[in-house]
Design a protein around this ligand. Structure first.
Ligand SMILES: Nc1ncnc2c1ncn2[C@@H]1O[C@H](COP(=O)(O)OP(=O)(O)OP(=O)(O)O)[C@@H](O)[C@H]1O
Ligand SMILES: O=C(O)c1ccc[n+]([C@@H]2O[C@H](COP(=O)([O-])O)[C@@H](O)[C@H]2O)c1
Length: 196
């Protein structure tokens, strides 16, 4: 089976993430998208909710979709969640493993741990986060020719929503209705997440 791993901090998961995953199912060869919330994000430290809460919110968001799955592989770890380790683990289980990123991460991925190994061995699926598709295509072209790798851009409507904006709205006591799954909105309220 061909699967796509969707790694993220998901702090919290929002509708942008869900629409991205659905576009991957619609327009790629993969049969399943596996959401992999990270335990100890290697790069983000401030204002990150507990891994358990972030995991639960992803679970609530995807539970009604049989083509979406979730893995606790990274949140079970006590050390930083390096993407290369996750890709290696899942490639021992599945025939082909893709990794999903937003286009903002295209310039970041070369700085990741064992970036060269990731880029040489694993195909990427990129979803646009900004309107300048030309710039995104150029960057993809550069990386895919340097690493001889399959890097696919899937076009989708730009969704200008981020977890940062959602956390900001919560701090301002504003509603996040429609930006997250209703069950996530309810979970955040019930647990009092992101209040400060
Ligand atoms: N609205 C979006 N459009 C396209 N890609 C997105 C969008 N939101 C997140 N992504 C991508 O999804 C992955 C996981 O994102 P993440 O969980 O960090 O969300 P985020 O909204 O970027 O969070 P934050 O605002 O806290 O940085 C990353 O590869 C990111 O580029
Ligand atoms: O492995 C790394 O060095 C690495 C560095 C930065 C980010 N990542 C992964 O990239 C994915 C998206 O990260 P983020 O910050 O956009 O949520 C998530 O799965 C992170 O664990 C991975």
């Amino acid at each position: 089976m061909k699967v796509a791993l969707f790694g993220g901090t998901f702090n919290p998961i929002h509708i942008g993430h869900l629409i991205m995953a659905q576009y991957v199912l619609n327009f790629s060869q993969v049969q399943k998208v596996i959401f992999v919330p990270n335990g100890h994000p290697p790069h983000k430290v401030e204002d990150v909710a507990d891994a358990f809460d972030r995991f639960e919110m992803v679970k609530l968001s995807i539970e009604d979709n049989p083509y979406f799955d979730i893995s606790d592989f990274e949140i079970k770890k006590s050390n930083p969640s390096w993407t290369i380790d996750t890709l290696e683990y899942f490639s021992s289980i599945y025939e082909r493993v893709y990794f999903i990123i937003g286009s903002d991460n295209l310039s970041e991925i070369v700085k990741w741990y064992k970036a060269e190994e990731i880029l040489k061995r694993y195909p990427l699926i990129v979803l646009p986060r900004e309107r300048n598709l030309c710039a995104i295509k150029k960057e993809i072209e550069k990386l895919s020719s340097k690493y001889a790798q399959d890097i696919t851009l899937i076009q989708m409507p730009i969704i200008d929503i981020s977890s940062t904006e959602i956390r900001k709205l919560i701090r301002q006591n504003k509603s996040i209705r429609y930006m997250v799954h209703p069950k996530v909105e309810e979970y955040i309220k019930r647990k009092g997440l992101y209040k400060r």
